[in-house]
Design a protein around this ligand. Structure first.
Ligand SMILES: Cc1ncc(C[n+]2csc(CCOP(=O)(O)OP(=O)(O)O)c2C)c(N)n1
Ligand SMILES: [Mg+2]
Length: 331
């Protein structure tokens, strides 16, 4: 079953919930745009993959999650972390490789994890998240916690055996799992129209006996609605769902990517489809939020990101002795 959702009424999104969603999306955008600038100075070690343009996915899905729930992320994981409540200051410090970071500066952008927040980790292994989420969802099912597991993964990862095995297992075990395929059109420089052997990733859901839903990824409300339905079904014992969220990433595959494989789509998406602009237009149209309140959020977020960068740069780096800690779990 594959449905295409349009924006529909979401009455449970009251003023506070709307402001929180906007704040999350704005925080992700500001975090990523600032990293884009800071990476160019050469001060940030390792690889950085930016999530700008895709904010409505992490936010629309994670708005339904709480402390019972776990998510697994990807190499493009900052947005998932922020939406699941990982501390922004600690994230920035982690990306700068500082000992005040979420993983004491030993993981960097591609390995941010915060188990206390149910954020099981960004992941350098494409297709690494879906099997992890089968484990988390199985634990939630066995413990009857009411929790769900959500695996975010890309269009490239949708072709990995690990992802397909996880979809099968989740269905066979009737797991409270949600698979969120973030189709941003490319895996590195390879177009998903070329690499994905189906019109839509969501079409594959039928082969695993679960619902598949295509969602406009530039529309927070569409993601919120589709994710809400899938997560409720999972919590009530109705098994897994595959969501395909379609959008465009605003920056290159990684910072430094020359992007010779694509032309004008980003400028057009930013101008006409952008999730933040659309959110603002919609709440203005319905009269739910005054523009001044959203502008105030923008200002708060901007100050937060300034603080995050300033504190990260001033924080100490791990020492040689720190190499020997955080290697094994102590029981
Ligand atoms: C198992 C594995 N194969 C290949 C790579 C190299 N690699 C890193 S990101 C990437 C593309 C992933 O594309 P997609 O899943 O669409 O995610 P996106 O980058 O578009 O968010 C590849 C092939 C890897 N990290 N792991
Ligand atoms: Mg992709």
């Amino acid at each position: 079953m594959t449905d295409t959702l349009s924006t529909a009424a979401t009455p449970e999104l009251d003023e506070n919930a709307l402001l929180a969603a906007y704040r999350t999306m704005r925080t992700i955008r500001a975090f990523e745009e600032r990293l884009h600038e800071e990476f160019a100075t050469g001060e940030i070690p390792g690889f950085v993959h930016l999530y700008a343009g895709e904010e409505a996915s992490a936010t629309g899905v994670c708005s339904h999650l709480d402390e019972r729930d776990s998510i697994a992320s990807t190499h493009r994981g900052h947005g998932h972390c922020i939406a699941k409540g990982v501390d922004v200051l600690a994230m920035m410090a982690e990306i700068y490789g500082r000992s005040t970071g979420s993983c004491h500066g030993k993981g960097g952008s591609m390995h941010i994890a915060d188990l206390a927040k149910g954020m099981l980790g960004a992941n350098g292994i494409v297709g690494g998240g879906p099997p992890l989420i089968c484990g988390a969802a199985l634990a939630a099912k066995q413990q009857r916690s009411g929790g769900v597991g959500v695996a975010f993964f890309g269009d490239g990862a949708s072709n990995q055996g690990t992802t397909l095995e996880a979809l099968n297992l989740a269905s066979v075990w009737e797991l409270p799992a949600i698979f969120v395929a973030e189709n941003n059109g490319y895996a590195e420089a390879t177009a998903s129209t070329w690499s994905v052997a189906a019109d839509n990733i969501a079409d594959r859901a039928a082969g695993f006996g679960m619902p598949g839903v295509i969602v406009d990824g530039f529309d927070f409300f569409a993601v919120y609605e589709a994710a809400g339905e899938a997560i409720s079904r999972a919590r009530e014992g109705g098994g897994p769902t595959l969501l395909e969220i379609k959008f465009t990433r605003y920056f290159g595959h990684f910072e430094g990517d020359q992007q010779s494989y694509r032309a004008s789509e980003v400028a057009e998406a930013r101008a006409k489809l952008d999730c933040l602009k659309r959110f603002r237009a919609r709440v203005a149209e319905t009269g739910q939020l005054e523009p001044a309140r959203l502008n105030a959020v923008d200002a708060e977020v901007s100050a937060l990101i300034d603080t995050a960068v300033r504190e990260a740069k001033a924080a100490p780096k791990p020492t040689a002795a720190d190499l020997e800690t955080d290697v094994y779990v102590s029981y």
